[in-house]
Design a protein around this ligand. Structure first.
Ligand code: HPA
Length: 264
């Protein structure tokens, strides 16, 4: 087992099979975690030092609805240093302690009228418009990862039922990854719509590729913080992302709390 996996194991008796990555402004979800062991990323070699406001930098290991879970409160993004594989050591460590299911969350701009700011979208597939890939440089044949069923159909069906039971609308759509950190232009959003995008954001896709590389099952959600560039004419800002994210975050917390109770 890797050094970092040993450090996590030494700090908690829980052996979570599910991990959750929290996106921008979604830190409120950590409050739902029962009796967590909190480990600073600084104490976990290879875990990313978060540099984006609205992101914490700690790993929590506790229970959600009684189910053991590891929560990454804070992620690193490609746009921070141009490295698409920044999350690889952290995901490898989670894999090493026994995590087989990865639940990813992000803040995103919406291209779908039925997913307005404050709503949550279930990601059914993605477009890698950043053109980067976390597996570039991976020397083994394992780099040729199939992405046909990347977003696990059974987990998506469970998420849809959980949302329904909570009375929360959960439209499903395609997430397009732009590198950021500048927001998209209206022309880029028109292009993305033509290509089949329903939401746009600056994260998640590299983690999905890494998770599939590690043979983890993946479930992913976008919390919609704004309509994408050019749709309303309003300028976009990170301040707005941080301000609006908790609204959808509260809905997502309810969906996840119900779902985790069933994922034991
Ligand atoms: N574009 C990219 N990333 C985002 C957006 C957006 O409109 N909103 C929140 N994160």
């Amino acid at each position: 087992m890797s050094e970092v996996a040993k450090i996590i194991r030494a700090r908690t008796k829980l052996a979570p099979k599910i991990a959750l990555v929290l996106g921008s402004g979604l830190g409120g979800l950590v409050d739902a975690v029962e009796a967590p062991t909190v480990i600073d990323y600084a104490d976990l070699p290879g875990f990313p030092a978060p540099s984006v406001s609205g992101h914490r930098g700690s790993l929590l290991v506790g229970r959600l609805s009684g189910t053991p879970v590891a929560v990454m409160a804070g992620r690193a993004h490609y746009y921070e240093h141009g490295k698409a594989d920044v999350m690889r050591p952290a995901l490898e460590a989670l894999h090493a302690i026994g995590v087989g299911t990865l639940i990813l969350t992000n803040a995103a701009g919406s291209l779908m009228p039925e997913a307005p700011p404050g709503s949550v979208m279930l990601i059914e597939d993605h477009l890698n418009l950043a053109g980067a890939n976390p597996l570039i440089g991976e020397p083994t044949d394992r780099r040729f990862v199939g992405m046909t069923t990347a977003y696990d159909a059974d987990l998506r069906a469970m998420a849809t039922s959980a949302a329904k039971a909570e009375g929360i609308a959960l439209p499903s759509g395609v997430y397009a990854w732009f590198s950021g950190p500048s927001f998209e232009t209206p022309a880029e959003i028109r292009m993305a719509r033509t290509l089949g995008a329903d939401a746009v954001g600056m994260s998640t896709v590299p983690e999905v590729i890494l998770a599939r590389f590690l043979r983890m099952r993946v479930l992913a959600f976008s919390v919609i913080t704004n309509m994408a560039a050019g749709i309303t004419g309003a300028e976009l800002s990170h301040e707005d992302t941080k301000e609006v994210a908790p609204q959808g975050g509260e809905k997502l917390a309810r969906i996840l709390t119900r779902l985790l109770g069933e994922l034991r």
